[in-house]
Write a protein that binds this ligand. Sequence first.
Ligand SMILES: O=C(O)CCC(=O)C(=O)O
Ligand SMILES: [Fe+2]
Length: 339
Amino acid sequence: MTGSLGTCRVCSQREALALCSRCREVGYCGPDCQREDWPSHKASCNQATKLLGKPTGPVAATPSPVQCETGGLHVVSPSKSLSGTPGTPAGFDVVLHGQRSIENAQMVIDKLKERGVCVVKAGADRSFQRAVHMESEALRSSRKFGEAKKGQPVVPGSDQIRFDARDDKVVWLSSSWIEANEKKARALKVLDDQLADFGWGLKQMLEDQLGLTLSKRSPGMLSCYDGGAVPGAKYDFHIDNPYQTQMEVPDDGRRLTLIYYISDGQWDVQKDGGGLQVCLSDPRRAPRTTAEAKTSELLTVAPECDTIVAFFSHTMYHAVLPLSSSRRRFALSTWFSCK
Ligand SMILES: O=C(O)CCC(=O)C(=O)O
Ligand SMILES: [Fe+2]
């Protein structure tokens, strides 16, 4: 779902900004047109979701900027306190559930512009959350996760290789992997699609308001930090696409990182560790070093089930703090790129 979505199917005048999140077959300029169309679109939407074999319950409640039945998503609590002191998890900036998709997308954009990171409550059904957790655990038991560490020359051309300071294992949900593991990852596939929709739903606003043009998305990456197998598992401070820092690395195109956390129940960052910590530096420019980044205020996000975190891949330093219990911390991540 890249490029233009065409014109709105109702008014045929304005550009469609988002697709129906259930069937992803029709586009609207905004919630008003979508709401008006729902009585006539309902039947074909139900048919399409049946044909695609999508579980309608979870899809209707998953994190996408447009929801058919209700005409968009609904913000419940804009920003609770966001003191961001280490160890104190941030509140949600946006809570998605069922109405006002465009307004929600705008709140995400505003937060990204102001702070480079936005914490969103996705609003998926509990049964869907449980399904993605069970699938993640089952994939781990059947040894589907592989090494995530990547080696890179310390400077280009050097024989000295530095490995990513990360302790997670990952599965890439590429289309061929999904095809080969269809039954094992039904809910994860739906989640990956929904995360994609959420990101693409921001596309036009990111372009118009922040000058960021997204044209590609990576496959979903399911990660597992296993506090039982690797006590204290973590990922040190880094920028996903560090081309602006003093490290001599090429621009890999990544601009927006989206992560959806998957866990069995509540996650207490004081007890379990594993918080995502983001350095709140200038969102428009990457700090040149980790030390410089750490002089900024820190925002801690609890990897609590059903939380989405969005941040700029090329400017925001972040880390996964060491796990301090034997729990497993799962997340589905995806990266949107400008090339
Ligand atoms: O899982 C997280 O919270 C962040 C992981 C991360 O930074 C990465 O995979 O690049
Ligand atoms: Fe990262």
